[in-house]
Design a protein around this ligand. Structure first.
Ligand code: G3I
Length: 417
């Protein structure tokens, strides 16, 4: 029986301590209202341990299913994780409050990241208000399950991803000073609220236009005096507010054809940070992969040279690397599920083989554990109308060849010191 079959054929008796906690925590934490106010926990539920101010146990010390992705990763000094979401209790979402999905998270993950609930559009209903209700419930559940959480993101520097009010905001008589205040207040408020519970931040997300490598502008950056000073201030403020945290610039430049300008723009931005002494620790390589055809390994081989030149340039500047949003858009593949899953798995493993050859890669986060909740289906459905299959588990939470491919790539990776 393959690892995956064992994985999906487990009985209730094999539920680990962490999974038992997850069920209880999910019940209690999801009883919270969207403002984070804890309603009475369901009658009969055992009290969920109050989340500690910082995760007391690392994933390696929790009871890990030996067949889990995190167990394989921990043996190499790495962590495997995923994004997760907030929802009302038991909703059919990629949420911790969905017991079946929570089981995937607690079984396979050693680190989590909020898909949407810490973005400006989620926590800033106005210039004068913050709403942390959803993310508070998420990080409380993660703490209760010994799962560290990384933050995404402190600034998604594009007009369409800022709250509507931010693009029409009146920066007053001294726009630079007000823009600096608004940005610094946001970052300091988030970082000080969670303290050492969060040890890695996507400080800036997707600030480079993939078409020409130029930096996007927003109303905030126009008021503040330009995109560079805006991004620099974001990182300097984050360093001061979260001195122990890893500060990441996160973007989706990738190895597929058509990414050359994007890669060049990111290299230019990273070089500028270094020249100006801006505290950026790592590049977040989102890794939203796109298959190029049925012979996945051949296309991967063709893409590797240029991609290694990019990664070599990034690491030569002293940056770390974090795989932050791994999933695979199954393009140019037939509808047949077995054929498509095999090609996606081969493409994933070939990509991770390259990435794991860089000792700087320690954390690998998927952008969702199950096809059922992937953003891609709504973003770019397949032209033949069959559902996308971008994640390690399918719509019914059955493990796919992609999961085994990830485990194989991690098992083959050199151990991190
Ligand atoms: O929560 C509201 C809901 O109240 C409302 O009824 C509904 C309809 O308008 O929208 C809901 O918000 C949606 C949100 O996802 C939560 O589902 C937003 O419209 C929608 O734009 C948002 O999409 C997310 C997207 O980022 C934009 O924030 C995707 O789920 C998320 O997977 C995607 O993730 C991004 C990363 O943050 C950055 N890298 C690329 C990645 C994929 O695009």
């Amino acid at each position: 029986m393959t690892d995956d079959a064992q994985h999906t054929g487990r009985t209730i008796m094999e539920i680990s301590r962490r999974e038992g906690l997850a069920m209880l925590a999910g019940l209690a934490a999801s009883a919270c209202g969207s403002d984070g106010s804890a309603n009475a926990a369901p009658i009969g539920a055992a009290p969920v341990p109050a989340p500690s101010p910082t995760p007391t146990a690392s994933p390696t010390s929790a009871v890990l299913d030996p067949a889990s992705l995190q167990s394989v990763a921990a043996a190499k000094g790495m962590r495997i994780g995923s994004c997760f979401a907030w929802s009302e209790r038991n909703a059919d979402r990629g949420s911790f409050a969905n017991p079946d999905y929570a089981r995937l998270l607690t079984r396979d993950c050693g680190i989590l990241v909020p898909e949407n609930e810490l973005k400006w559009q989620a926590i800033r209903p106005s210039a004068t208000r913050f709403d942390f209700g959803k993310f508070d419930a998420m990080i409380d559940w993660a703490d209760a399950n010994a799962l560290p959480v990384r933050a995404h993101n402190l600034l998604w520097h594009q007009p369409k991803w800022m709250p509507a009010w931010a693009e029409s905001y009146d920066f007053g008589a001294n726009p630079q000073r007000e823009a600096e205040r608004l940005l610094a207040e946001h970052i300091e408020t988030v970082c000080k609220r969670y303290g050492s519970r969060i040890r890695s931040y996507d400080v800036v997300n997707e600030a480079v236009n993939p078409a020409d490598g130029a930096l996007y502008q927003t109303a905030l950056s126009r008021a503040l005096g330009g995109a560079e000073p805006t991004l620099d201030l974001a990182f300097r403020t984050a360093r001061a507010a979260a001195p122990g945290a890893q500060l990441v610039y996160n973007d989706y430049m990738s190895w597929e054809p058509g990414n050359a300008n994007h890669r060049a723009g990111v290299l230019k931005l990273l070089g500028g940070f270094k020249k100006r002494g801006v505290p950026v620790d790592a590049l977040g390589v989102q890794s939203h992969l796109v298959t190029q055809g049925i012979d996945a390994r051949a296309t991967a081989t063709a893409l590797t040279g240029e991609w290694r030149r990019f990664l070599d340039a990034v690491t030569a500047m002293g940056y770390g690397l974090v795989i932050t949003e791994l999933d695979v858009r199954d393009n140019r593949l037939p509808a047949d599920v077995a054929v498509r899953d095999r090609a996606v798995a081969d493409f994933t493993q070939a990509y991770l083989d390259v990435m794991f050859s860089y000792p700087a890669v320690r954390d690998v986060l998927l952008w969702g554990m199950s096809d059922r909740y992937s953003w891609i289906e709504g973003f770019e459905p397949r032209s033949d109308g069959v559902r996308r299959r971008p994640c390690p588990y399918d719509d019914a939470f059955v493990a796919k060849p992609m999961r085994a491919a990830i485990a194989a790539a991690v098992a083959a990776a050199p151990a991190r010191s």
